[in-house]
Write a protein that binds this ligand. Structure first.
Ligand SMILES: C[S@@+](CC[C@H](N)C(=O)[O-])C[C@H]1O[C@@H](n2cnc3c(N)ncnc32)[C@H](O)[C@@H]1O
Length: 231
């Protein structure tokens, strides 16, 4: 695992928060039996679409930004992809390595912030930003860097909290920057091809333990990038 670089103050708080959650729970995300399933039928539409695209396109190099405990990265690795999993929390990074070993796959775990991670190769497809970009203040800088690091016509899958539901108190312990529907992230992808777009309203949140019942709205966007718009 790479050594962690200096972090911006907000990122230190986010890292600390997630370290504690990941230490407290053996499996914080993806409690269901479908955690490492590569069967699209066992997943929500959003995750099924990512798996179907990955299966159709065949292996290459994938990038998972804010990989958490690595469920998405491990599924792609099971499909034969070389995966770079970039994750702020060192506790999460250790868990990705352990879980990947248990599933007998390799994931390149990078304990870095997506805001400062150097992505030199234009090598990645697909790129996943599942529930992570909303912790980043300057999303455009990250998205531009990622677009540059993607193969022509790569698929980007982004899931975000939407401002359509006020951020519940449970989440105010860490800085979260929810997105406006039709806002900066969707605007970034406007000249690219939407493969899947869903605005989920007021969904009960059951994915993470330790918090009371609360609701979120989500923006879920899967896009094929337009090579003409790539730097
Ligand atoms: C809501 S979790 C989602 C985890 C995973 N993508 C999933 O869907 O299971 C968000 C993750 O993003 C990570 N994260 C937040 N800010 C980050 C940053 N600047 N760079 C890398 N990871 C970050 C957090 O540590 C956390 O593990």
């Amino acid at each position: 695992m790479k050594t962690r670089p200096n972090l911006l103050p907000d990122e230190a708080a986010i890292r600390e928060f997630f370290d504690r959650r990941y230490e407290a729970h053996q499996r914080y995300w993806w409690g269901g039996d479908n955690r490492y399933s590569i069967e699209p039928a066992q997943h929500t539409d959003y995750h099924a679409t990512v798996l179907q695209i990955a299966q159709r396109q065949g292996p290459g190099r994938a990038l998972d930004l804010g990989a958490g405990e690595g469920a998405d990265a491990i599924r792609l690795a099971k499909l034969g992809w070389e995966v770079d999993a970039i994750e702020l929390s060192p506790v999460a990074c250790e868990k990705i390595e352990t879980f990947a070993r248990e599933e007998r796959v390799n994931v390149r775990v990078r304990n870095e912030s997506m805001t400062t991670a150097v992505l030199t190769d234009s090598a990645f497809n697909p790129v996943l930003m599942n529930g992570s970009l909303h912790y980043v203040a300057d999303k455009l800088a990250v998205l531009s860097k990622v677009l540059q690091a993607s193969v022509p016509g790569a698929v980007h899958a982004v899931a975000l909290f939407s401002t359509a539901t006020p951020m519940p108190a449970e989440h105010t312990v860490v800085p979260v920057f929810p997105d406006d529907e039709g806002g900066i992230v969707e605007d970034f992808y406007q000249d690219h091809t939407k493969l899947r777009y869903a605005l989920e309203r007021d969904r009960p949140e059951r994915s993470h333990p330790g918090f009371g019942a609360h609701h979120h709205s989500h923006i879920k966007l899967i896009t094929e990038v337009n090579p003409a718009e790539q730097p």
